[in-house]
Design a protein around this ligand. Structure first.
Ligand code: HEM
Length: 173
């Protein structure tokens, strides 16, 4: 996976919990404590998961809590710097989420070795959609955290429910 994800996680852990916690997590994951992750570098998926698990250990949090913290930070802080225009294009969480499949497809087209997640959508009714997640990585817990982050961005109280390992239900206010 692209280094940008680990880079974002590092920024989050260092700024909220201290650089030493991030360094500890890297060491537990078998990496050098000063390891740097370039945004376009390819990081082995298993290595990314190891770092995530180490962060959970060091901070004593569950994977779900880590995914929620990551999702909120990615949406509201990290991606705003480079990709803020994608969010400003829409006025509500639903329209933004419905654009995520084409955004991932388009933005990774020019990135060598990227394998973006793909989404398809079931419109259940005006307030409810189900997002189908297709990826070789099984990071659906992160998808849940990211959707919650999108709700925070648009100041909408979303109900986000993991239905199984490839479907998430989102109820809009
Ligand atoms: C405009 C903001 C966003 C940009 C620019 C972006 C871009 C990216 C990129 C470059 C990757 C790595 C792909 C790879 O290494 O092959 C990624 C991964 C991912 N993105 Fe986004 N993303 C954004 C917002 C979101 C949002 C809001 C969601 C959820 C609704 C989301 C869901 C995911 C997931 C779950 C992954 C993990 C990879 C996987 O599961 O296979 N992203 N994204």
């Amino acid at each position: 996976m692209k280094g940008t994800i680990v880079n974002c996680l590092g920024e989050l852990v260092s700024s909220k919990f201290g650089k030493d916690k991030w360094e500890q997590a890297l060491e537990i994951a078998g990496l050098n404590k000063n390891a740097m992750f370039m945004v376009f570098a390819d990081i082995d998926d298993a290595q990314v998961m190891k770092v995530v698990q180490s962060v959970c250990k060091v901070l004593n949090i569950t994977l779900e809590q880590a995914a929620d913290a990551f999702g909120d930070y990615w949406v509201n802080v990290y991606s705003q710097k480079l990709y803020g225009h994608y969010y400003k294009k829409y006025t509500n969480a639903k329209d933004f989420l419905l654009s995520m499949d084409s955004v991932h497809e388009a933005m990774t087209k020019s990135m060598v070795n990227s394998a973006p997640p793909r989404f398809s959508y079931e419109i259940v009714n005006e307030k409810t959609i189900i997002i189908n997640y297709k990826s070789k990585r099984n990071l659906i817990q992160f998808l849940v955290g990211l959707i919650k982050g999108v709700g925070n961005y648009y100041k909408e109280n979303l109900r986000v429910k993991l239905l199984n390992n490839n479907r998430v239900e989102v109820v809009f206010p």
